[in-house]
Design a protein around this ligand. Structure first.
Ligand code: NAP
Length: 184
């Protein structure tokens, strides 16, 4: 990847799902520090220590699964922890800023200095997920949302078979409209 950058074929290089121990292996030897680490971060998996570590190193945290369990996940149908998008804590914060609770969940990640990457095939959701720049949360709001943390990632529970099944169902229900897809 460093050679790809040296050849001018990419502006930046990054990593994904790196923990501190992975950085310990590469940072002493790399000639180009990764610009980004793409990891899961959301209200039930705040990933605080790793986010802090990356930020201290000057590595941008890209937050995948940003809506966490606020949205339904097929592999947690009967075991979905709060907050959902109608949770009173999120609703109260959303009302204060005149936004939706999904926007609060995404802005929460931005106000922690991370870059959320929501995924949606719904036009309204996509618009909402872009309109995040006209408000910001207070430290107290951020803390209230962080209090939902139970160190439970969304994707640890998602085996390839479950993800494949979810993908198949979404294809069958036609909300993917002939896109070439990464199955998440
Ligand atoms: N590096 C890795 O190991 C890794 C692992 C997992 C994921 N990822 C990446 O991270 C990206 C995002 O993760 P994710 O798919 O978990 O994203 P997410 O945005 O947290 O969750 C996607 C789900 O949320 C719904 N949604 C999105 N916006 C919404 C809104 N405004 N209101 C209500 N529901 C909303 C979507 O349904 P609708 O389509 O109906 O809106 C979809 O069911 C993926 O595309 C993937 O590329 C990377």
């Amino acid at each position: 990847m460093e050679d790809v950058k040296k050849l001018g074929l990419t502006k930046s290089i990054g990593v994904s799902n790196f923990k501190k121990e992975h950085f310990d292996l590469i940072l002493p030897y790399c000639t180009t520090q990764p610009a980004v680490n793409q990891i899961e971060v959301n209200p039930t998996f705040t990933n605080t220590e790793l986010v802090q570590y990356c930020q201290n190193q000057g590595i941008i945290v890209m937050a995948y699964g940003p809506l966490g369990y606020t949205v339904p996940r097929p592999w947690a149908r009967n075991n979905r922890p709060p907050p959902s998008l109608d949770d009173p804590v999120l609703v109260k914060i959303a009302k204060k800023y005149g936004v939706t609770t999904s926007q609060v969940a995404l802005r929460y990640l931005m106000d922690r200095g991370t870059v959320p990457i929501p995924r949606s095939t719904n036009k309204n959701h996509i618009q909402l997920n872009i309109d995040l720049f006209n408000f910001s949360l207070t430290d107290e709001d951020v803390e209230r949302i962080s209090n939902f943390n139970i160190n439970r990632p969304v994707y640890a529970a998602a085996t390839p078979a479950v993800i494949a099944e979810d993908y198949k169902m979404r294809m069958l229900h036609g909300n993917q409209r002939n896109r070439k897809l990464y199955p998440l």
